[in-house]
Design a protein around this ligand. Sequence first.
Ligand code: 13P
Length: 341
Amino acid sequence: MNDNNLDKIAVTLSKPPKGILAADESTNTITKRFDSINVDSSFENRRRYRELLFKTHDLNKFISGIILYDETIRQSTSEGMPFSEFLKDLGILVGIKVDTGALPLTSNSHEKITEGLDGLAKRIEEYKNLGAVFTKWRAIIDIDDKNSIPSDYAIDLNCFNLARYAKVVQDHGLVPIVEPEVLMEGNHNIQKCYNITSKTLKSLFNYLKFHDVDLSGILLKPNMVIAGKGCSEQASIEEVASQTIKCLKESVPDQVPGIVFLSGGQSNELATQHLNQMNKSSETLSWNLSFSYGRALQQPALTSWQGESENIKISQDALFKRSNLNSSATLGKYSIDLENI
Ligand code: 13P
């Protein structure tokens, strides 16, 4: 327990039937997403798109919090209301991505290190004044046997930085989401993903302890244990769910209130099915299991939008649908038949 409400915020964010919408794509990333629908990534188009998402009817029934990007937390609705105030009025907690992206670990390295510790305390204070109550930092771990990665060095350094970030954020009274993402890119099988995820989580919790981070006031945002996208042998839904739970149980202490998965490039339906299967499991779990999806919530909304005002309603309907279905999955009450309703 902590004395500054961090545990309450972490529980609120991860408690079924709600989860988090990750809408914190950097300008580079959202530009790639807009390129896919031939929409110019201008300041105003990015604002229009985020406004569309946030104004989706009844979003607050399924979404507890939304992670914003630096540009977005400074933007407003077309009526001039800052997004953070608009969301707060809906009872949706405001989060902010505070890492500054991943750079090559060394000049000739295939691995990356997430940066952003410099000036972090000052930026957090500013975000707090702008309405944020939680934060996110994403570290990426790439699997590539040909290049003998990931190295222990990349895993440990990324986890050290994640833990230091978490300490600074808690020190300023916000909840840190710690996101160590083992990427799905590659041909590796599910066992390899299990081993690397397990190693990464062990390193992470070791450094969180070293930095004296209060585990009751964080959320873990991991990948699921899943075969690489290029692997010819894809695991069943049941296997992904059971391997993911087994891996988490091995490393995640009971004090952590919630685990909110990233979707990582899974199809919309599979991301929902996997979460549902885990929540259907008869195992007693000490943490809430929910979602903090970016692509698996937004993809159909983005594709329906196409940058056109007349498509706003169908785009919002698409986000409503995925949010509703993932909400059902946090209760283990999703079924594939609901996709066609
Ligand atoms: P995806 O669900 O698209 O993986 O995004 C989640 C996220 O926040 C990545 O940092």
